[in-house]
Every structure is written in C-alpha cells, then in structure tokens.
Design a protein around this ligand. Structure first.
Ligand code: NAD
Length: 358
C-alpha cells in the first residue's frame, strides 16, 4: 500500500533557449524590485553585466568563491544591506547560487537564479557555508529561489569535461534520491525521468557541446534531479562526497562523478526494486551497467587520485563518513566497506557486483 508524506517546494520555473534577458526583465517587474544585486563569479561576469544592462537599478557583484566561505557571505550581506537590495539574481553555477542563498538566509531577500551548470542548487532549499574548512549545510525555505530561469544557451560555454562531471553530479542526485531518508514514490518518479533525460542528453553534449538537443535534455534532467534530491534528502552518496569536498577540498562535480558508480555498485544489490527503476531509466539490463556504459561513452572522470585525494587519508575519511550514513541506507555500512569503496574510487577501479543484475 502507498503511504507517504511528500513536500513539494513552490517555485516558478522558466525554461527555454535565448530567453534569459526577457524573463529576467519580466521577473524584476513581477516582483516589483527597485534594487537588484546580480551575484556571479569572475567567469560569468560578462554575462551578468549584459543581463544587468537590461534592467534599471541593478549592479553586479562578482565575489563568488567555491563552497561559500563565510567571509564572502558576510561581504555580500553587507553590500546588499548598504544598497537596500530587494532582489538577488544569481548568474552562474552552484557557487554563485550558494552565495545568493547565503545572503537570503539572513536577510530574507528573494532570489532569482539563472544557472549555468547542472549543479541543481537553484531548485533546493539547502544552503551551505564554509568556515575554517568546515562546511555547514542547512535547510531553510528563505533560500529557495522564487524563480529559476533556465536558458540552454548559457550552458554552451561550459567546457565538455566540466559539463560531463556536472551532469553526473545531477545524475547522482537522482540515484541517491532512490534510497535517501525521505524517499517516496513521487521523488522516485521524478528521479527516474531525470536519469532518462541525463542519460539521453549527456552523450550528445559530449559529442557536440554547442548543439541544443543534448544541452536541453541535460539541463531539464538537472532540474528534475534537484527537485527529487530536495525532497528526498541526502543519501549515502552525498554524505561521502560532502566529507570528501569539505575535509579534503576535492572538486564538487568531479568527486560526485567518480564516487557514484561505486556507491551504486554497493547499494543496488540491497535495493533491487529501486535498482530496477534506475536500469529502466537507463534502458539497460541492470543499473550498474547502464551507468558504466554512460561513463564510458562520455569519458567521465574515474579516479580521485587524479584530483589530489591522497591514499593515506582513506581510513580517516571513512571514519568521518560513517556517522553521517543515513539509517535509510538499504545496506549496512562499516568502516571497512567505506575504506574499500574509497580505495576503489581513489584508484579508478571499475566497480562490479554480481548481485546488481536483474
Ligand atoms: P561552480 O559554481 O563552482 O562552477 C564551476 C566552474 O565552472 C567555475 O569556475 C565557474 O566559473 C565555471 N562555470 C560555470 N558556468 C559556466 C559556463 N556556462 N561556462 C563556462 N564556465 C562556467 O560549481 P558547480 O559544480 O556548479 O557548483 C558546486 C557548488 O554548488 C558546491 O559548492 C556545491 O556544494 C553546491 N551545490 C549546492 C546544492 C544545494 O542544494 N545547496 C546542490 C548542488 C550543488
């Protein structure tokens, strides 16, 4: 029997190609904003300036840094207060969205997000701030962007390798949603469609990064993945990557891309129904071979050692991760299991499991 509690977050989603400027103008008018702060990183600054040019009373702030250092959050909060800002517009990846959320967290100023990667932060009410190498995350509805403007054209400049890693970060949201603490049939349905869209789009993005078809599917899949993740919460995969990113300063998207197949290989045998849904979404015999085939096609990153993760810290990392593993995880996890998994991810081993076969 179906028996579940599901929360759907309220947000306006505007999706299309070449539509960012027009939709931003409309949103600023709809929200009756008088002072707009555009938050972006150095790379997306030109784009943010072009968008800011379309609206009056907007200024661009490019103080974004990875993982939202508290100093960056406080500087942005002070600036927003001194300009009587009544609307924050983030332009960029998860780091830009994250800084806008940090300002919204203490001020309640609404955020309009214009994402340029597949990180998905724009569709969640999760914030993160880093203080002395320690990243704290929390949930607060004030940080959920009131509107998201997805413009496929803004993703064309994202380099292919980063697109692949970021797209697999989105795929990780979908896979983890299948057994995260607040998993329910709605999250699973959204995650399944997310996997289908990402698996269809990523090979196209890898083949032709400047063409609309693949980009469109991946951006759509990234949105779905974040909706599922926001509702289902962080599963084992996200807990592992959170520790690796925070404690060892590993790059966010690449870490997710590398760790995901190892977690799927570990959990799929213990959750055959969820694994079957993942396999169906990939259109393959079993979940793991679907992911491994995709990984092969798009030349995904394989080994944490290529991103500065040191073999000597594996045991310590396993000890940090273990207490964070959610009770909803479908298979028991020990320090030894985590060390083995991290070692395989460090080395770039091909994960296998007999039991994951349908
Ligand atoms: P990012 O925002 O740091 O961007 C990575 C790099 O890509 C940057 O150098 C950026 O300048 C560049 N870039 C972005 N868009 C580009 C484009 N279109 N063309 C060329 N270059 C572009 O990284 P990310 O992976 O997007 O986001 C990671 C961050 O988001 C992490 O801090 C992570 O914790 C956070 N995140 C938060 C949530 C949440 O729900 N709160 C969800 C997912 C990710």
């Amino acid at each position: 029997m179906l028996n579940f509690t599901h929360t759907t977050l309220g947000q306006r989603v505007l999706f299309g190609s070449g539509i960012a400027a027009d939709h931003l103008v409309d949103e600023v008018e709809r929200l009756r904003s008088k002072s707009v702060m555009m938050i972006t990183d150095g790379q997306q600054q030109q784009l943010a300036r072009e968008l800011a040019h379309q609206i009056s009373k907007a200024f661009v702030y490019d103080g974004v840094a990875p993982h939202v250092p508290i100093e960056a959050a406080e500087a942005a909060r002070t600036l927003a207060a001194s300009h009587d800002v009544d609307l924050l517009v983030s332009v960029g990846g998860g780091s830009a969205t994250g800084l806008a959320k940090a300002v919204a967290l203490t001020s309640g100023i609404p955020v309009v997000a214009i994402p340029t990667t597949y990180a998905g932060s724009e569709a969640t009410n999760v914030w993160g701030i880093t203080e002395r190498s320690n990243k704290t995350t929390g949930i607060d509805d004030r940080v959920l962007p009131v509107s998201v403007i997805y413009d496929v054209e803004l993703t064309y400049t994202l380099p292919t390798d980063l697109s692949v890693a970021s797209g697999l970060n989105a795929l990780a949201h979908c896979v983890d949603s299948m057994w995260a603490p607040r998993v329910d049939p709605i999250n699973q349905a959204i995650a399944s469609e997310g996997i289908r869209a990402l698996a269809a789009g990523l090979p196209e993005v890898h083949r032709a990064a400047q063409e609309a078809g693949g980009r469109e599917q991946v951006l759509y899949g990234a949105y779905l993945s974040a909706v599922a993740f926001a509702s289902a919460g962080s599963g084992m995969h996200h807990k592992i990557c959170h520790v690796l990113g925070g404690a060892y300063d590993l790059p966010h998207a690449q870490t997710h891309a590398i760790v995901l197949p190892h977690v799927l290989a570990y959990l799929a045998p213990a959750a055959p129904t969820a694994a079957d849904r993942i396999a169906d979404a990939f259109g393959t015999q079993d979940a793991l071979s679907g992911l491994l085939a995709l990984r092969e096609t798009i030349d995904a990153p394989r080994a944490l050692r290529d991103y500065g993760f040191d073999e000597s810290v594996i045991e310590d990392a396993a000890r940090l991760i273990l207490p964070a593993i959610p009770p909803s995880t479908p298979r028991p996890v020990t320090i030894g299991d985590l060390s083995g998994l991290l070692h395989d991810a460090w080395a770039g081993a091909v994960p296998t499991t007999e039991m994951s076969k349908k």
